[in-house]
Write a protein that binds this ligand. Structure first.
Ligand SMILES: Nc1ncnc2c1ncn2[C@@H]1O[C@H](COP(=O)(O)OP(=O)(O)OP(=O)(O)O)[C@@H](O)[C@H]1O
Ligand SMILES: [Mg+2]
Length: 294
């Protein structure tokens, strides 16, 4: 590996992601912008919850088509970062760009319209709906389902429903979930629920999908299916993934690059191997473990 020759530089400096960094920040398409491949850019993002700074001047970039891993000890700010990027909560300061367009401060339905999706645990009430119904709900939410539309344009609604149903079957087929179409979400195993969460993100042909711990609580067999599905969605459907994951096997097999956060900031990024061998990363985890033990 390139890095091995001579004195190993710190991991932060090993990645080409930082080449030509610090473009003109206002317009991502301005003169300073060389990274047209960067689909998601976070600049100097801060989020305070009262006295707690959950995200602390965090900057990172995600290359289009990548499966980027996001790791870090508990409380590092990973989920908060996803909440900020998806528009679930507003940042205290800083900027976020999706495809060159500024999205910080946008609401979740707006980032959704721009092709950014994130997974959510299937809420309890949706557990009493079938897998098919869970999937069909997604584009309806996106279209904002105006009540009047169904009285005034019933044929359009029927046509649209049919299209959505076809899409749901196509997505279930892709993720090998078709045999569960009429099962209630409640009755699925942990791994199948994770697949359903991923299926929901694919209903609208997203550009970027944020997955928060897709492997948590999933048995080894289904874990392989989930990892394979993510990889196929990346290659065949041109989806860029950012994945928060603690499972080292999943990370190593799926993600490149891997970004490590601690105390709200990015402390390292590199290939999975570089990250695994990074002293900063090790220290962040051991430091966290020491704090936990205290
Ligand atoms: N809504 C909130 N109100 C107050 N503090 C919050 C809130 N959400 C997160 N925090 C705090 O922000 C920090 C970062 O939390 P976050 O959940 O983003 O970490 P994480 O990296 O996702 O951790 P984990 O690996 O445990 O999921 C923590 O100190 C957490 O307690
Ligand atoms: Mg989290």
């Amino acid at each position: 590996m390139e890095m091995a020759e001579s004195a190993a530089p710190p991991v932060q400096q090993t990645q080409p992601l930082e080449e030509g960094a610090a473009p003109s920040q206002e317009s991502m398409w301005g003169d300073g912008w060389k990274g047209q491949d960067r689909i998601l850019v976070v600049r100097d993002l801060v989020k305070d919850f009262g006295g707690v700074r959950a995200v602390n001047h965090c900057s990172l970039e995600v290359l289009q088509g990548s499966i980027t891993g996001l790791i870090g000890p508990n409380g590092a700010g990973k989920t908060t970062l996803f909440n900020l990027v998806s528009g679930a909560i507003p940042p205290t300061s800083g900027k976020i760009f999706l495809g060159g367009r500024r999205i910080d401060g946008m609401k979740m339905h707006q980032t959704f319209d721009l092709g950014l999706m994130r997974t959510f645990q299937i809420p309890r009430e949706m557990g009493r709906m079938t897998v098919l119904e869970n999937l069909m709900l997604v584009p309806e939410q996106q279209l904002g389902e105006r009540v009047w539309a169904s009285w005034l344009l019933p044929w359009r609604v029927i046509r649209q429903e049919r299209r959505i149903e076809e899409k749901a079957f196509e997505v279930m087929d892709f993720l090998k979930l078709s045999h569960l179409a009429n099962d209630y979400a409640d009755t699925l195993s942990g791994g199948q629920k994770k697949l359903l969460e991923i299926a929901r993100t694919l209903m609208t042909d997203p550009q970027v999908v944020l997955l928060d711990e897709p492997a948590a609580g999933v048995n080894r067999m289904l874990l392989r299916d989930i990892a394979a599905s993510i990889l196929r969605a990346s290659v065949e459907r041109d989806v860029t993934f950012v994945i928060i994951e603690h499972d080292m096997k999943v990370l190593m097999s799926l993600c490149d690059p891997v970004i490590c956060m601690a105390n709200g900031s990015v402390i390292a990024k590199g290939t999975p191997t570089q990250i695994r061998e990074s002293p900063q990363v090790m220290e962040a985890y051991l430091g966290g473990a020491a704090d936990d033990a205290a």
